[in-house]
Structure formats: structure tokens, C-alpha cells
Design a protein around this ligand. Structure first.
Ligand SMILES: [Fe+2]
Ligand SMILES: [Fe+2]
Length: 381
């Protein structure tokens, strides 16, 4: 009997080796990770980048680097999530802090990856996007869709900083990137009025009657802070989300959908005394703490954050928000929900146990994972 079993096993091994030699495989040999409902299946652990670490690098870069044509067209400190194995903040989205000095010109170029910017500090810079000069002040949000020309000019009196986030990891994974293309001149000339798109589409429920083209890319490029702040304050009087407190997604005013087909962007306020319920979803999200302080409990780990910090949440992590301070916290974030929804791949669950709150089992530690835990998802999986 044993000899019969050995010879069968030997024949199977030979079969597998022959398959592999022809670049084929046996689906029945594949093992899937086990797990049931209620058990977290987060793709990778949370990751935080602290303002106290980022800011000194930003000021050193302001002294040491000058943006210009060619190598280093942008002076941006990029935030890498070691668990994703790439240079993104999540597996689909990048995050970076771009810094400009007074008088800087960051040359115009375009690329397949789409970008957004969210002003963090300072003013006096405009980004020219397809001929439209768009301001970036603290709290302002603007979009640079795929293949749109964009360059930055700083006329401010002090250094300025903003968050960049791109869909570059997704574009790279799909192999649809191409070489960055420089604009023929150093900077694309402004051919439109300042914040032209805001004059046309800035009141979301009013559409110019002659504008009939409905595109998945928002025709509105500029979303000033005053409007976002007003929306947060008005909503706080009447309603909130169980999972996100006061949270808005910036929308394409013509469709009500995401601002771009590959990226969604949110502005969110966690009010003092708030403790939201936990949920999880198939999208990933990268957050910037614009104001205030608080915490996010991620798979039982309490991740404390304060103004200037960035943090990234992976698909399927349970998460809930806490603000125990006496001031409002404001978070800006980018998400890949826009990619998942049209593919019917957006899934969301509410945490049902314990009144919707996770048990806190640990505190997030600001240390990088061991090398063996990187690039492969969760340690041990
Ligand atoms: Fe760019
Ligand atoms: Fe969420």
C-alpha cells in the first residue's frame, strides 16, 4: 500500500513539475487564507507619518533643493508605506508634502497619473491647470486630472506647503503610465481668469446652461476652504455619519460623483466628545490632519494623531474615530472608492459587537516594521 501511495505522490510531483516547466499551474494546490466574519482581514497594518518628523525635512529641502526643469521638477517629501511594497501611502494612492519658496517656478508638465492638492500652510502660490490659475491657500483643495498640464508659481512672501496625493500606484499597476511630458515652455501661460472654473461651477447646484458635457472628471478644479468650512459647520447643526461624524466628499458638480474617476477626496470634522462607531470597507484612505487632534482605533490599535500628521488605512481594517479634546479636528483624505464602485468592488460592513466599538488592545507605535514584514502585507500572513 505504502509503495502504491509513494508512486502516486511521485507521479503527481512529476505532473506539477511538467506543468511549471510550461508556465502552467494547478489551481487545486492553491491555499486561501482562512477567516470568517468578525475577523479582520486588513490588507496591511495602519501607518502614520508625524508632522514633527516631516516638517524638519521640508525645511531642509527648502534650503537644499530648487525645483526646475529635468530632475527634481517638484520639491516634495514623499511618504512611503513600507507594508505596501511600493512608494505609495496606500497600495493605490501616494501622499507627499510639497514645499515652495517665494519666487519658485515648478515647470509645467503633464502625466497620466491624476493628482490633487490640499493647502496646509501659507499662500501666494497658484497652480496653472490647463491654462487656469488656481490658488492654493491653507484648506483649499484643487484637482489636476490625468494628462492636464500643470505648473506652480509662487509669489508669496514665505515658504508654502501643501499635500499632494496621486493615483500613481494604481496607474503603475495597470501599466498605463507613460513618460512625463514637459510643456514646451517653462510654464504654461494663464489663458483663463483666476479660478475660472469656480466662477462657472462653484455653486454646485447651478449649471451654466450652455455647458452640456458631463464627464467623470470634475469641470470644477478649485474648492476653496471657505466653502468647505461652511459646509462642515452647517452640517454639524443637522446631521452626521455614524462612522465618520461630519464628513463630505468633494464632488463633480455636474454628476454628483467623485471629482475624478480614480480618486475621491473628503473633508471631515470630528467634533469634541465624538466617538464614532467602527466600520470597514474595501477602499483604502490616506488622511491629513488639517486641524486639531484625536485618535483612530484601527483593528483594536489606538493611533493618536495631531495637526500636520498623515496616516493611511488599508482595505478592510476596522476603524473608528475619537476626539477627546475640546477642539474640533478636521481631516482631509483621499480614497480609491471611486475606482472600486463602478467595478462593484466596494464593500462595507458595520462593526456589530460591543455596541459598535472595538476593544482597544494596543497603542500604535511609531517605529518602522522589521524588513521581513515589509512588502508582503501583514506580518505572519
Ligand atoms: Fe505633476
Ligand atoms: Fe471608513
Amino acid at each position: 500500500m505504502a509503495g502504491e501511495a509513494d508512486s502516486k505522490a511521485g507521479a503527481m510531483e512529476a505532473f506539477y513539475r511538467e506543468l511549471e516547466s510550461k508556465s502552467m499551474g494547478a489551481l487545486w494546490r492553491r491555499r486561501y487564507p482562512e477567516g470568517g466574519s468578525g475577523e479582520s482581514a486588513a490588507a496591511y497594518p495602519p501607518m502614520a507619518w508625524r508632522w514633527r518628523d516631516i516638517e524638519p525635512f521640508a525645511y531642509r529641502a527648502l534650503e537644499m533643493v530648487k525645483p526646475g526643469r529635468g530632475e527634481g521638477e517638484r520639491r516634495a517629501v514623499t511618504l512611503h508605506n513600507p507594508y505596501t511594497g511600493g512608494s505609495g501611502a496606500t497600495h493605490t494612492l501616494t501622499a507627499a508634502l510639497q514645499c515652495v519658496n517665494p519666487g519658485d517656478i515648478s515647470p509645467s508638465h503633464r502625466h497620466v497619473a491624476a493628482a490633487i492638492r490640499f493647502g496646509i500652510r501659507g499662500e501666494g502660490t497658484v497652480t496653472i491647470v490647463n491654462g487656469e490659475p488656481v490658488p492654493i491657500r491653507a484648506g483649499d483643495f484643487l484637482i489636476t486630472p490625468s494628462l492636464s498640464w500643470h505648473g506652480h508659481i509662487s509669489k508669496g512672501t514665505e515658504p508654502m506647503m501643501w499635500m499632494d496625493s496621486l493615483d500613481a500606484p494604481l496607474v503603475g499597476m495597470l501599466r498605463v503610465g507613460m513618460r512625463q511630458e514637459p510643456y514646451p515652455d517653462e510654464i504654461e501661460p494663464a489663458t483663463k481668469a483666476i479660478a475660472d472654473s469656480h466662477s462657472r461651477f462653484g455653486v454646485g447646484h447651478l449649471r451654466p446652461v450652455w455647458h452640456k458635457a458631463f464627464s467623470p472628471v470634475s469641470p470644477l478644479a478649485y474648492f476653496p476652504w471657505e466653502q468647505s468650512e461652511q459646509a462642515l459647520n452647517e452640517m454639524a447643526k443637522v446631521g452626521s455619519s455614524l462612522f465618520d461624524d461630519i464628513a463630505f466628499e468633494y464632488t463633480n458638480p455636474l454628476t454628483g460623483g467623485h471629482v475624478m474617476p480614480t480618486m475621491g477626496c473628503w473633508i471631515q470634522m470630528i467634533r469634541p466628545g465624538t466617538h464614532t462607531k467602527a466600520h470597514r470597507h474595501s477602499s483604502s484612505q490616506v488622511y491629513h490632519v488639517f486641524r486639531g487632534r484625536g485618535a483612530t482605533i484601527v483593528d483594536g490599535v489606538r493611533l493618536q494623531w495631531e495637526q500636520g500628521d498623515f496616516f493611511a488605512l488599508a482595505p478592510y481594517c476596522w476603524h473608528e474615530f475619537v476626539n477627546e479634546s475640546s477642539e474640533e479636528a478636521v481631516l482631509f483624505s483621499t480614497t480609491d472608492t471611486a475606482v472600486l464602485e463602478p467595478l462593484n468592488l466596494y464593500f462595507e460592513d458595520a462593526y456589530e459587537e460591543n455596541g459598535g466599538h472595538q476593544k482597544v488592545t494596543g497603542v500604535y507605535e511609531d517605529k518602522l516594521p522589521a524588513l521581513e514584514a515589509r512588502a508582503g502585507g501583514r506580518p505572519g500572513s
